[in-house]
Design a protein. Structure first.
Ligand SMILES: Nc1ncnc2c1ncn2[C@@H]1O[C@H](COP(=O)(O)OP(=O)(O)O)[C@@H](O)[C@H]1O
Ligand SMILES: [Mg+2]
Lengths: 275, 328, 427
C-alpha cells in the first residue's frame, strides 16, 4: 500500500489528535456505571473513508462506546457529531437513518425471519413499511428492487444458498455474516462492527476482511472492534486503543504495535483482575 | 351420560357466537402478541371500551353506526394511553399496566360515579334493535337435529363470521407487507430492529392500537348478541381466553386465531357438559357439586395455558423447530 | 442435606394433602348478605368498612365488614331465624341510619341453601364534629397498615424478579394461599382451631415450602430449557388461574373472617381513633421488615442474594451457588407473601381472590420502589398504602385502586427504574 499518499500518513500518533476530514467527532464523552467510568473519552476523531480499529482489553469500554455513539445508551456527559451534525440525545433508530449503523458483539439475528427477510427488513424508504402504505401504497416494485440488492449483499457474504432458511437455524458465524449484510442494506456512511470476526469460521475470515476493505473502497467509513492484532495490522488505516474507558493511544497500526503503553494495557489484562 | 349430546352441544358452541367473538378478539391479540411480541394482558379492556362506547352512544340517543365508530375510536385512544408510558420499557411493564388498567376500567364503569352514563352494576340493555330489525333471514330453524340455530342466531353468526373474515383479510394485507415484516423483526429482536433504523416504539404503538380496535369490534359483537353490556362480564379471564386461543392456533399465523377459537370452545364446552353430567350421575360423590364445575373448569384452563406455553408455544400444529429458534 | 430436603418436601406435601382434604368440607351453603348504600336524594354511594354481626339466640355466629362496594356476606350454619346487627359506631362520618332505632333486625329467617338478602337504610347523618386532623390521622394509620401488608407481600415478587428476571403474576395467589391455610388452622370446622397467631406459623411455612417446590419443579426446569421471558410470564398467569380457582373450589366464594381479632373496640391514640389490630400489624411488620434488612445485609445468604440480583453472571463467577440462592429467594419470598396474606386476613377477611386483587397494589409498590430491590418494595408498599387510603378524602372510595395505577403510570413516565432502582443494563 502506498502509505505516503495516505491522508493519515502525516498525523501525529497521539490520543485526541485532529484529522484532516473527520466524519465522527467526540468530545468529553462520559458513561459511568455507579463508580465505574466505563467510557471516559476526551476527544476523538474518526477519519472519513478509512478503516479504524478500536482495540483494548476486555472491559475497556469499547462496546459501551459503540452503544453511546449509536444511541443505545445515554452517557452522563459529552457530545459527538456525525458529519458536523450533533447526535446527542438522538434515538438509536434515527442514528441509523442518519447513516451510522452498528452490529452487535452478541449477534442479534431475527430468528423467525428468513435470511432474505432479515436483509430486506433493513432497506430504507419502503412505503410499505408505514401502516397506511402497507394497506394502500404501491410497494411491490420497491420490494423487487430491494430484493435484487439484498441478493447481491447475500451473495457477497456467501449466504445466497440459504435465503429461505430461518435465520435462527444458521450457525454463529453465518449469523455474523448475515448481520453485516443486513447492516449494509441500510446504505450507511459509517459502519460500526463490534467484533465481527469472533466465532466466524477461520476459513471465512480472509474473505470477510476483504469485504471490509471493499467497504472502504466504496467510500464508507468503518470502525471496528477486534482482538486479533494480526487482523488489525493487516487492514486498519488507524488504530485507537482504549483502556479503562479512556483512549490511551492512537496511531497507524505499525506504531501502535510497538507502543509500550499499549503493551502494558494488554499485559495488565493478562495478569490482572478480570478473568 | 349422553356423550353424543354433549359432543353436539360442544360442536355448536365451536361454530357459534362465542367462537366467532373470540376468533375476532384473538385476531387483535395475535397482531399484538403473535406478530409484534407485545404482552397485552388487558385485551379485555378494548373489548370493554368497544362495547361500552357503542352502548352508551346508542343509549344517549345516537344511531348504532355512530356507536360502532365511537367504540373503535375509544379503543384506539385506550391503546395510545396505555402504550405511551410502557412501550419504551421491557415487555413485562406493558403486561403489568394493561392488566391493571383493565381492572380499573371495569371498576370505573361499575362505579356509581360513572353510573349516569354506564348505568353502574345494572349495565345497558337493548341497544342493538336496529341490527335485529333488518334481519333478512326468514323465521325458522336452520341445521340438522340438535345442531340447529334460529334465525336470530343465524343473523348474529353471519355478522360474527363476516367480521372474522374481513379482519382476516385485513390482517393478510397487513402482515404480508413490509410493515408486517417490520413488526415481526421487532418481535424477534428489538435492538436489531432499532439498529436498522426502525421506529420500534411507533410500530408497537400502531400494533397495540390496531389490535385493540379489533378487540373492540369483538366486544361490540358480543354486546350486540346479548343486547347487554355489564361491567362484571369484563373480567381479566377474557384476555387469557384470547391468549390461549392465539397460542393454540399458533401465534403469528394468519388463521391461527380462527382454528384456535374453534378448538378452544369445543374443548371448553365439552369439559363443561361432561363434568356436569358426571356430577349429576354422582361420579364425584359429595366431594364436588355442580357449583364447583365452573371453578374447576377455570383451573383446568390454567393448566392448559401453562402446558401449551411450555410444550407447544408454536401452537398445536406449528412446527416445533420454529419455536425452538425463538428461544435461542 | 439432600435427604433433609427430601424429607422436608415430603412433609410439606403431606401437610398440604391433610389441609386440602378437609377444606373441601367447609363449603357452607346458607348465608346472610346485603349491600350498604348511602342514599342522599338522587345520589347513591356504597358504604364500606361497616361491621355487621349475626347472632343466634344471643350467641355471635359471625361478623363481616362491608367492602368497597358496600357488600357484605356472613355464612350461617343452617336454616333458622337470626339477629342481624349493624355496628353503628363503625359507620363512616356523614353516614347514619335513616331510622336510628333500626340498627338491629331481630327476625331474619333463612331457608335451606338460601343466601338471604337484608337491608339497612342509610342516609347522610348530621355533619359530625370530626376534625380534619382526626380524619387524616385515622386514614393515615389505616394506610400504614395497608402499606405494611403490601410491603410484606411485595418483597418476594421484587426479589424473585431480581434474581431470575421473572415477574410472577401468580404471586398474589400466594398471599391468598397463606390466608386460606391459616383459616383452616384457625377457624375451619375440621381444623384444630388454633389461635390465629399460632395458625400463622404453619401457613407461612407451607406457603414458603410451596414457593420452593414451584422453583424446583417448574421455574428451574423452564430456565434450564432456555424458556424466554414472555413465555415464563404467560406460564405464571396460567399458574395463577390454577391456584386461584383451586382455592375457590375448596374454600368457596364466601369471604370469612378469622376467629380472633375480627371485631375490636376503637381506641384513641394522640386523638386518632383506630382499632388495636391496625397498630399491631404495623408494629409487627416493622419488626419483620427490619429482620429482613438484617438478613440481606448481615448474613452470607442475604448478601449473596443481593449479589445475584445485581449481576447473576458475576455472582456465579465469584463462586456463589446461584441456583441455591434462587431457591432460597423463592422460599423466603413466598413465605413473606403468605405472612402478608395472614395479616390481610386479620385486617379484613379471607377471600378466594384477595391476593389477586392485591396484585395491582403490589405491582405499583414494586415499580414505585424499583423492581428487583427489597427496600424498594418496602418503601413502595408503604407509600402506595398511605396514598391509596388518603385519596379517599378527595375521590370516591371506589377509585382507591385507580390511585395505585396512576402512581404506577406516573412512575413509569418519569423514572421507570423506580425510586431505589438503577438504570437498566443495555446490550
Ligand atoms: N449496563 C451496564 N451496567 C453496569 N456495568 C456495565 C454495563 N455495561 C458495561 N458495563 C461495564 O463497563 C465496562 C466496559 O464494558 P464493555 O464496554 O462491554 O467493554 P468491552 O466491550 O471493551 O469489552 C465493563 O467493566 C462492564 O462490566
Ligand atoms: Mg465488547
Amino acid at each position: 500500500m502506498n502509505s505516503d499518499a495516505h491522508p493519515l500518513a502525516r498525523i501525529a500518533p497521539e490520543p485526541g489528535v485532529s484529522k484532516p476530514d473527520p466524519i465522527l467527532v467526540l468530545d468529553s464523552v462520559l458513561r459511568a456505571f455507579g463508580g465505574l467510568r466505563a467510557v471516559d473519552v476526551n476527544h476523538l476523531e474518526i477519519q472519513r473513508g478509512t478503516i479504524t480499529s478500536l482495540i483494548g482489553p476486555n472491559g475497556a469500554g469499547k462496546t459501551t462506546l459503540f452503544n453511546v455513539l449509536t444511541g443505545f445508551d445515554r452517557p452522563e456527559a459529552g457530545k459527538w457529531e456525525l458529519n458536523g451534525g450533533p447526535l446527542v440525545g438522538i434515538p438509536s433508530f434515527r442514528v441509523a437513518r442518519k447513516g451510522m449503523v452498528r452490529t452487535f458483539q452478541l449477534t442479534k439475528s431475527l430468528a423467525r425471519l428468513t435470511v432474505l427477510e432479515n436483509v430486506l427488513v433493513a432497506a430504507k424508504d419502503q412505503v410499505g413499511e408505514t401502516f397506511f402504505g402497507a394497506l394502500f401504497g404501491r410497494w411491490r416494485h420497491i420490494e423487487e428492487a430491494n430484493e435484487e440488492r439484498a441478493m447481491r449483499e447475500l451473495k457477497r457474504f456467501g449466504l445466497e444458498h440459504m435465503v429461505d432458511e430461518y435465520a435462527g437455524s444458521l450457525s454463529g458465524g453465518q449469523r455474523k455474516l448475515l448481520e453485516m449484510a443486513r447492516a449494509l442494506m441500510v446504505e450507511p456512511e459509517v459502519v460500526m462492527l463490534d467484533e465481527p470476526m469472533a466465532g466466524v469460521n477461520p476459513a471465512l475470515t480472509q474473505s470477510l476482511l476483504s469485504h471490509i476493505m471493499a467497504l472502504r473502497d466504496d467510500g464508507k467509513t468503518v470502525v471496528f472492534i477486534e482482538h486479533d492484532m494480526d487482523v488489525v495490522q493487516e487492514i486498519s488505516d488507524w488504530v485507537v486503543v482504549m483502556s479503562q474507558g479512556a483512549v490511551i493511544a492512537e496511531g497507524p497500526p505499525a506504531h501502535i504495535a510497538s507502543n509500550p503503553e499499549v503493551i502494558d494495557a494488554y499485559l495488565g489484562r493478562d495478569h490482572g483482575e478480570v478473568p | 351420560m349422553d356423550l353424543v349430546k354433549i359432543l353436539i352441544d360442544a360442536g355448536r358452541t365451536a361454530v357459534g357466537v362465542p367462537a366467532a367473538a373470540y376468533a375476532l378478539s384473538s385476531i387483535g391479540l395475535n397482531l399484538q402478541f403473535g406478530y409484534t411480541g407485545l404482552l397485552n394482558f388487558g385485551h379485555v379492556a378494548s373489548m370493554l371500551v368497544g362495547a361500552y362506547g357503542m352502548a352508551i352512544t346508542v343509549d344517549s340517543g345516537g344511531p348504532l353506526w355512530l356507536g360502532v365508530i365511537v367504540g373503535i375510536v375509544a379503543a384506539l385512544i385506550l391503546g395510545l394511553i396505555l402504550g405511551v408510558p410502557t412501550l419504551r420499557l421491557r415487555a413485562d411493564y406493558l403486561a403489568i399496566v394493561t392488566i391493571a388498567a383493565g381492572e380499573i376500567l371495569r371498576l370505573t364503569v361499575r362505579s356509581s360515579w360513572a353510573a349516569p352514563l354506564t348505568k353502574g352494576i345494572f349495565g345497558i340493555q337493548q341497544f342493538a334493535d336496529p341490527f335485529f330489525d333488518v334481519n333478512p333471514i326468514p323465521v325458522g330453524l336452520y341445521g340438522i337435529g340438535r345442531f340447529r340455530f334460529d334465525e336470530r342466531t343465524m343473523w348474529v353468526l353471519l355478522l360474527g363470521w363476516g367480521l372474522v373474515a374481513l379482519a382476516t383479510l385485513f390482517m393478510w394485507k397487513l402482515t404480508r407487507s413490509p410493515w408486517g415484516r417490520a413488526i415481526r423483526a421487532i418481535r424477534d429482536d428489538e435492538d436489531a430492529a432499532l439498529s436498522l433504523g426502525k421506529n420500534v416504539f411507533g410500530y408497537k404503538l400502531q400494533s397495540l392500537m390496531v389490535g385493540g380496535a379489533i378487540g373492540a369490534l369483538a366486544g361490540m359483537f358480543l354486546a350486540i348478541d346479548q343486547q347487554n353490556v355489564n361491567p362484571d362480564a369484563y373480567i381479566p379471564l377474557l384476555t387469557f381466553y384470547a391468549f390461549t386461543i392465539v397460542i393454540l392456533g399458533g401465534p403469528g399465523t394468519l388463521f391461527g386465531p380462527i382454528i384456535g377459537s374453534i378448538i378452544f370452545w369445543f374443548l371448553f364446552e365439552f369439559l363443561d357438559g361432561f363434568m356436569t353430567a358426571a356430577v349429576l350421575e354422582g361420579w364425584f360423590g359429595d366431594v364436588l357439586d355442580s357449583t364447583d364445575i365452573g371453578p374447576i373448569r377455570f383451573a383446568l384452563f390454567g393448566i392448559g395455558l401453562m402446558w401449551l406455553m411450555i410444550y407447544r408455544p408454536q401452537g398445536l400444529f406449528g412446527r416445533r423447530e420454529e419455536m425452538l429458534i425463538g428461544e435461542q | 442435606m439432600q435427604t433433609t430436603r427430601r424429607i422436608l418436601i415430603a412433609a410439606i406435601l403431606a401437610i398440604l394433602a391433610v389441609v386440602l382434604t378437609p377444606l373441601a368440607a367447609f363449603a357452607e351453603d346458607e348465608s346472610i348478605k346485603g349491600r350498604l348504600e348511602k342514599i342522599d336524594g338522587e345520589e347513591r354511594e356504597p358504604v364500606g368498612g361497616v361491621t355487621i354481626t349475626v347472632e343466634l339466640d344471643g350467641e355471635e355466629i359471625g361478623t363481616a365488614e362491608s367492602n368497597d362496594n358496600g357488600e357484605w356476606e356472613i355464612p350461617v350454619p343452617g336454616a333458622g331465624t337470626y339477629l342481624v346487627r349493624l355496628e353503628v359506631d363503625t359507620l363512616p362520618d356523614g353516614v347514619a341510619l335513616t331510622d336510628p332505632e333500626k340498627f338491629e333486625l331481630p327476625d331474619v329467617s333463612v331457608r335451606n341453601n338460601q343466601n338471604k338478602t337484608t337491608r339497612f337504610n342509610l342516609g347522610p347523618g348530621l355533619t359530625s364534629g370530626v376534625s380534619t386532623y382526626e380524619r387524616v390521622g385515622s386514614l393515615f394509620v389505616i394506610g400504614l397498615k395497608f402499606g405494611a401488608i403490601i410491603a410484606l407481600s411485595s418483597i418476594g415478587l421484587s426479589l424473585i424478579f431480581g434474581v431470575t428476571g421473572l415477574v410472577n403474576f401468580a404471586h398474589g395467589d400466594l398471599v391468598t394461599l397463606g390466608a386460606v391455610i391459616a383459616f383452616w388452622f384457625n377457624a375451619a370446622g375440621g381444623g384444630p382451631r388454633w389461635h390465629i397467631l399460632l395458625a400463622a406459623v404453619p401457613a407461612v411455612l407451607l406457603v414458603a415450602g410451596f414457593g420452593g417446590l414451584q422453583e424446583r419443579n417448574l421455574w428451574r426446569p423452564l430456565r434450564n430449557r432456555g424458556t424466554g421471558l414472555v413465555a415464563m410470564i404467560v406460564v405464571s398467569i396460567g399458574l395463577s388461574f390454577v391456584i386461584r380457582y383451586a382455592i375457590l373450589v375448596v374454600f368457596s366464594g364466601l369471604p370469612r373472617p378469622f376467629r380472633d381479632y375480627a371485631i375490636q373496640d376503637d381506641i384513641q391514640i394522640l386523638g386518632i381513633t383506630t382499632v388495636p389490630k391496625n397498630l399491631a400489624i404495623i408494629g409487627f411488620t416493622a419488626v419483620v421488615l427490619a429482620l429482613i434488612g438484617l438478613f440481606l445485609t448481615r448474613t452470607k445468604l442475604g448478601t449473596a442474594m443481593r449479589a445475584v440480583a445485581d449481576n447473576s453472571d458475576l455472582a456465579e463467577s465469584s463462586g456463589i451457588d446461584v441456583q441455591r440462592v434462587i431457591l432460597v429467594t423463592w422460599i423466603v419470598g413466598a413465605g413473606l407473601a403468605g405472612l402478608g396474606g395472614v395479616m390481610f386476613g386479620i385486617s379484613e377477611q379471607v377471600q378466594w381472590d384477595m391476593g389477586f386483587k392485591l396484585l395491582l397494589l403490589i405491582f405499583s409498590a414494586v415499580i414505585l420502589g424499583g423492581l428487583g430491590t427489597a427496600y424498594g418494595a418496602m418503601l413502595g408498599g408503604f407509600i402506595v398504602g398511605v396514598a391509596v387510603e388518603l385519596s379517599t378524602l378527595v375521590i370516591p372510595v371506589e377509585f382507591k385502586t385507580a390511585v395505585a395505577l396512576a402512581i404506577l403510570i406516573a412512575m413509569l413516565l418519569v423514572r421507570p427504574q423506580g425510586l431505589l432502582g438503577v438504570r437498566e443494563r443495555i446490550g
